[in-house]
Design a binder for this molecule. Structure first.
Ligand SMILES: Cc1ncc(C[n+]2csc(CCOP(=O)(O)OP(=O)(O)O)c2C)c(N)n1
Length: 378
């Protein structure tokens, strides 16, 4: 079994990175974790609690018929927040569809994720504004987009084109199930061949809908990187310190040595796969209880309390902040109506393009005829 980096135990105690398991790199992990000052740890906690409140509200909205579908992130907040805090804002991020806490850290107002789940928007935000791509529901497809983007960065550099503000690396999130997809494996081949600067972060949440990770892979997920010649690390994904330190380490390694890196975050999807799923059909209550005891938010709270970094006032204020976000999520979603469908042409390219302009005109003309034919109903 390969070792797993842990710096915060399940009961919220800070522990040094194991020098036995990571003899050459433990000191670097420690140095990175030390960057998380009490102020930054409080920020991390706030992001996690806000995301969970939003996530719970979105689940409720789906149950009440306000959303077609919801994809809960409960339980995966530490890995997402830790890695996102370690990622420079100029580095482009390709999420799959469960990275709500990453969106929160990137500065995207979380209710903006919901129109696509309500069926009123094609996307929801301008990806270049946050360096955060739209969600991709086709498993693994975005891993190829991420590698293509990183190869573009390499081309720009080779040609001496300005790369100001375009970042040094690309971060791509995928699930354990996605590691079985053809696209994801092709992405790893291309990333390794081209030595493209892509950090693959696999959130191993133990389940791909009803398929357990043991069926997905006969070896620990991180070990899959070995066959591609990509350096890797296995990390406790419910530990915000280790997730942050590992991501900082990987991005630093990539900057110094070039090429991709692969992180496996060991975590757990505490909720259903989506609101269309019933996990009681395929997993035990004992398993759920065992992982509930590793809740990433409780763990960070215990650390903040034991180190005197936050007190009751802070926790109450964060809960109020999260409750306000949930209320705003509900209110903005219930009045949300279909947007202008032509906005799907807005962000295809960063600058205007005549083919896209032509397609937009064609669409607008078709759409106005279709609206007229249905007597104005949309
Ligand atoms: C190409 C493709 N095949 C199948 C699906 C159906 N599908 C949706 S989610 C999912 C499981 C993904 O599991 P994993 O990659 O572990 O991510 P998680 O949902 O657990 O975050 C599948 C098979 C899909 N969306 N796209």
């Amino acid at each position: 079994m390969i070792p797993t980096l842990q710096m915060l135990t399940e009961d919220g105690t800070r522990v040094p990175a194991s020098t036995e398991h990571f003899p050459e790199t433990a000191a670097e992990f420690e140095a990175h974790a030390a960057e998380l000052t009490p102020h930054k740890l409080r920020d991390a906690y706030r992001h996690m609690v806000r995301t969970r409140a939003f996530d719970t509200e979105a689940t409720n909205l789906q149950r009440q018929g306000e959303l077609g579908l919801w994809v809960p992130s409960r339980g995966q907040e530490a890995g997402q927040v830790g890695s996102a805090l370690a990622t420079p804002s100029a580095d482009f991020v390709f999420p799959s569809y469960r990275e709500h806490a990453v969106a929160e850290v990137r500065g995207l107002d979380l209710p903006r994720i919901l129109p696509v789940m309500r069926g009123t928007r094609h996307g929801g935000w301008n990806a270049t504004e946050y360096n955060f791509h739209l969600y991709t529901f086709v498993i693994g497809a975005h891993t190829l987009h991420a590698v293509g983007y990183a190869m573009g960065l390499q081309q720009d550099r080779r040609r001496g084109l300005s790369t100001d503000g375009s970042g040094n690396a690309v971060v791509c999130y995928l699930g354990d199930g996605a590691t079985s997809q053809g696209d994801s494996n092709e992405a790893l081949v291309f990333a390794a061949s081209a030595q493209a600067p892509v950090l693959f972060i696999v959130q191993n949440n133990q389940w791909a809908i009803s398929v357990p990770v043991e069926t997905q892979s006969r070896v620990p997920i991180a070990q899959r990187a070995d066959g591609f010649g990509i350096p890797r690390l296995r990390v406790d994904g419910n530990d915000v310190l280790a997730s942050y330190a590992a991501t900082r380490f990987a991005l630093t390694h990539m900057r110094e040595h070039g090429g991709p890196f692969y992180l496996e975050f060991v975590t757990y999807r505490m909720g259903a796969h989506t609101t269309s799923d019933d996990p009681t059909r395929y997993r035990t209550r004992e398993e759920e209880a065992a992982w509930a005891a590793k809740d990433p938010i409780a763990r960070l709270r215990a650390l903040l309390e034991s180190e005197g970094a936050a007190g009751e006032d802070f926790f109450r204020e964060v809960d109020d902040d999260a409750a306000r976000l949930a209320t705003r999520t509900r209110e903005s979603t219930r009045v949300n109506r279909a947007g202008d469908t032509a906005e799907m042409f807005d962000h295809v390219y960063a600058t205007a393009h005549r083919h896209v302009a032509h397609e937009r005109r064609e669409w607008e003309s078709y759409n106005s005829r279709a609206v007229a034919a249905t007597g104005g109903a949309r």
